[in-house]
Structure formats: C-alpha cells, structure tokens
Design a protein around this ligand. Structure first.
Ligand code: ADP
Ligand code: MG
Length: 381
C-alpha cells in the first residue's frame, strides 16, 4: 500500500509525499459500558489507512482515494462536501481550525485495508490519519488526546454520527502488544499487556445489521437512566451506573421493573468483568480472560438483549471448540462481528466449522478477518 501511495502521488501531483498511517481497532471486552461512564478495552489493529500528503501552497486540497478510485478538489473554506468520505477530511480540517490551528491546502493520496462498516472503525482510522498528518505537516502542536477529540467532533458535526471517543482513542494511542483500559468517565487510560503466545484474535462477520440497532440502543440508554434515577433517589452522589454496585442495585430492586434491573445489572457486571479481565491479562492468564469474553456475550445476549441469532449461533459454535478460549459479539449488537481468542492449533478447525455451519443455517458465508494488536497513528519514514 505504501509503495502504491508513493507511486500515485508522484504520478498525480509530482514529488514525494510524507507517509502516515492510522489503524482501525477492536474492543476486547466492555460493551455498552461507555455511555454508562464505565471502562472499555480497545486495541489498535494491523488493519489501517495509509496517507501520502504534502502542503500545496493553495487553499484547497487535492485528494485521491485509492479505494474509491476518485480524485477530487476540496475547498477548505467552502461547505461540507457531498461525498461521504470527503466529509471526514473536511471535518478534521475545520475542527483543527476551530481550535486555532492554521491548516492550509494539501495534495494527498490515501487508501487502506480496514473493512468498511464491519465495526473495526475505518472512520476513526480515516479521521486519525488526517488529523495526525496535518498536525505534523502544519506544526499545529495538538496532543494525541486533542486529535482524538477532533476526530470524534468530526463525526458529530460533519458526518452526523454521535459516537463516543473510544475508537479515535484506540487509533491514536494504540501500542503493539498492549490494549487500552480507557475510563470513559475521566478519559484517563492505562495500557494493559495483550501479547498472547500461541493464540490469535479472529473476527467473524455475520454480514448482517438488523434495523433494530439504533432504536434499541436508545431504549437501552433510557433503561439505564431509569435505574440510575431510582438509586440516585436514595443514595446521594450517584449520577451514573459507574457509581452503583450490584449490592446497591439489589437494595432497590423492588422499585424497578425486572427489565430495568437486568439492564443495569448487566452494565455493572460487564464493568467488573473488564476489571477482572485486565487483572488476568496482567497475570498472563488468557484462559480466564477468554472466560470473561464468553461471560460478556452471555450478558449481552440474555440480560441486555442486544444480540441476534447470527451472533449467538457463531458463539455457540465457538463454545464447542475447546481451543477457542473466548468469543463474544463486538459492538452495539444486532449484527456485526464476533471476536474470538483462539489457540493457533484450533484455528483452522474452528473457522472451517463456523463457515460450513453458518452457511448451512443462514445461506451465506461469514467473512473472516484476522487481526493482530498493533501500533497507533504514526509517521512512516
Ligand atoms: P466503520 O465501522 O468502519 O467506522 P463507518 O460507517 O463509521 O464504518 O465509516 C465508514 C466510512 O468511512 C465509509 O463510508 C467511508 O466514507 C469512510 N472510509 C473508511 N475507510 C475508507 C477508505 N479506505 N477510503 C475512503 N473512505 C473510507
Ligand atoms: Mg465508524
């Protein structure tokens, strides 16, 4: 990809570009915890977007997208462009300028191998690589945390997606052999070792996205809020599920519907699974960690009820293979991928089994995406 970018850049714009890269991400555990101000555990992956870029002395950007095979001129003082992928680039420039940076025209070529819309956050990779590169070539002096915020606000203000900050954080702060324990309340984070030997991570993409996803997401948020309000009526200082223990929740169980109780209990337990999982990783105990992944899936499926038949089916197959240490749905639910932690020697058998059984059940072959935890955004010399 890097050679391809250099070559295209020379051909289209002349001269040599500086090369940057920013990855997509996975989240190992901690689902639906972010908006409840708990923890998430993402890591950057080896799938990324690459960018060759150079200032051009003008006020517009000339951009070539390799993956869409489209070249365009973007007026950086104009309106938000129509083209979807250009909105991310335009938005990043505007968000940097809002924070006082002087960002002017540039020529660039970009492309990558983060699957689009599969839940690996190709959009965060795109925002991060442009933010990181423009910060370098125009000497804006933003920190990585600033760039994460710039990416998140690009999604809010220019793309219309009200996302959290986990994806941008992972793309910018990721490190080879480590995952990021991010506290969604304080935005403080800690690196936790994740360097399994003789094991690997693999994603199996159900290729479905059921339409329930966004409406049910809002319902879950309301149910969590309802539980918090009930407890907060008795316990001063409680403002989110982060402040509530299971014992506390149990004390007021009688005042809430069974559904609200189960939703809240899931979030509290999921947060605890993540904390326990991090301890296991620090002790190099991937078996315990995998067990937490299965626990996360069970909770998401039974208590939080955001899974679907396709996801449950894959996790069901995973459980039959002793070499699959853990598996769970990743992302908001109602479709998307299952992430599994698999012993190397069990890998082929598991993948073949999932593919043939899934095909027999649903009539399509799921996509298999191997991932390795890797470094975050950086310049390539
Ligand atoms: P994801 O879960 O992968 O982040 P999104 O819908 O949030 O899915 O973002 C996907 C969008 O990001 C694409 O529609 C496109 O506009 C942009 N994008 C991602 N990767 C690329 C790429 N390699 N080239 C051009 N645009 C990209
Ligand atoms: Mg996205």
């Amino acid at each position: 990809m890097i050679d391809r970018i250099k070559e295209e850049f020379k051909k289209r714009f002349g001269g040599d570009a500086e090369i940057f890269v920013a990855p997509g991400r996975v989240n190992l555990i901690g689902e639906h915890t972010d908006y409840n101000l708990g923890f998430v555990l993402p890591g950057a992956i080896d799938k990324a977007i690459y960018l060759g870029i150079k200032p051009n002395g003008a006020m517009n950007a000339r951009i070539y997208s390799i993956d869409y095979d489209t070249e365009m001129s973007l007026d950086l003082d104009g309106d938000n462009p129509e083209r979807q992928w250009a909105k991310y680039i335009f938005g990043v420039v505007q968000e940097m300028r809002k924070r006082g940076a002087v960002v002017e025209g540039f020529d660039c070529v970009f492309g990558g191998d983060v699957p689009l819309g599969a839940g690996l956050s190709s959009s965060a990779a795109l925002e991060s690589v442009f933010g990181f590169a423009l910060n370098e070539i125009y000497g804006c002096g933003f920190s990585r945390a600033d760039l994460a915020r710039i990416g998140q606000m690009t999604e809010h203000n220019y793309v219309g997606v009200r996302c959290g900050i986990m994806d941008q954080f992972a793309s910018l702060f990721g490190k080879d052999g480590q995952v990021i324990k991010l506290d969604c309340r304080s935005l403080e984070f800690e690196m936790v070792p994740f360097a399994p030997v003789g094991m690997r991570l693999v994603l199996i993409d159900t290729m479905v996205k059921h339409s329930l996803a966004s409406s049910e997401y809002n319902v879950r948020r309301e149910q969590c809020e309802e539980g918090v309000n009930i407890v907060a009526g008795h316990v001063p200082g409680v403002t989110s599920l982060r402040d509530i223990t299971i014992d506390m929740l149990d004390r007021f169980k009688g005042e809430m519907s069974n559904v609200v109780y189960r939703r809240c209990a899931f979030v509290i337990n999921e947060n605890q699974r993540l904390l326990d999982g991090c301890e296991a990783l620090r002790m190099n105990d991937y078996e315990v960690f995998g067990h937490k992944m299965y626990g996360s899936h069970d909770g998401l499926s039974n208590e939080y009820q955001v899974s679907c038949r396709e996801l449950d089916f894959i996790v069901g197959v995973a459980r039959k293979h002793t070499g699959v240490l853990g598996a769970r749905m990743m992302g908001g639910g109602f479709g998307g991928c299952v992430i599994s932690l698999v012993n190397d020697d069990a890998y082929a058998g598991y993948i073949n089994d999932v593919q043939s059984k899934f095909k027999a059940e649903f009539g399509v072959s799921p996509r298999v995406i191997d991932v390795v935890i890797g470094d975050g955004a950086r310049q390539i010399q």
